[in-house]
Design a protein around this ligand. Structure first.
Ligand code: NI
Length: 227
């Protein structure tokens, strides 16, 4: 399931990110790639231990915390500290699957990558090429979103970033370990939650239909969640 979440960051916040990233030190992106994907990857990243990466990463985590769509769709147990990348003209990342298990630097723990996120920091008019191409169960999807918007997709998906032919594409990206490992179950819970939200617009919260649906949602989550 692919989910587009608009306005995770406001335009002012995107501007602040861009200013901070302008002054950051950019390095070869292959440092966080696995052996196979390192051969397919040509981009730039800011080092994970740089002050910009830490500060902006925490900013992203706070924005996720107040985003109901992210929480409903990803059902996050743990979120990897967000990273920042950049593709200048000629850069690309060929088809690959991200590593299943990642150590969280300095935390002494690992996460299983269930849900991948890309938060766009440059708008579609600022570059040509650079689509995030995701092989979904429903076919191949080509994604290019406004700055401040984010896409979520299952980390099991083969994906690539097309070669940039003009300009530069900046983004934040990270993974979440979900309380619900299975993408089909996560999708059912997300659709269920969306239906509850719609029902609550039409009926009072005390209505038996609202009570019943809400109870069943939580009881399903109780069955499926692993903590
Ligand atoms: Ni990837």
């Amino acid at each position: 399931m692919l989910i587009h979440i608009p306005n995770v960051l406001t335009p002012e916040e995107v501007r602040y990110f861009r200013d901070r990233l302008e002054g950051a030190e950019w390095a070869d992106g292959r440092v966080t790639a696995g052996e196979q994907s390192a051969k397919a990857k040509l981009n730039l990243q800011i080092p994970q231990d740089s002050p910009e990466c830490r500060e902006l990463g925490e900013f992203v985590l706070r924005a996720l915390g107040r985003n109901p769509t992210f929480n409903s769709a990803a059902l996050p147990l743990r979120v990897y500290p967000p990273l920042f990348n950049r593709y200048d003209t000629g850069m690309h990342f060929d088809a690959h699957v991200d590593n299943a298990i990642r150590p969280i630097p300095g935390a002494g723990m690992r996460i299983r990558t269930d849900v991948s996120s890309t938060l766009f920091l440059t708008g579609p008019d600022e570059y040509d090429g650079g689509e995030l191409v995701i092989q979904d169960t429903y076919g191949t999807q080509s994604i290019k979103l406004p700055a401040g918007d984010m896409v979520l997709y299952p980390s099991t998906s083969l994906h690539s970033v097309s070669r940039i032919t003009r300009g530069s594409r900046w983004a934040s990206f990270f993974w979440s370990q979900s309380m619900v490992r299975d993408d089909t179950k996560r999708r059912l819970l997300y659709e269920f939650d969306c239906s509850i939200i719609e029902t609550r617009k039409a009926l009072p919260d005390s209505h038996p239909a609202v009570l019943g649906l809400t109870s069943t949602y939580h009881n399903l989550l109780r069955q499926w969640a692993e903590l």
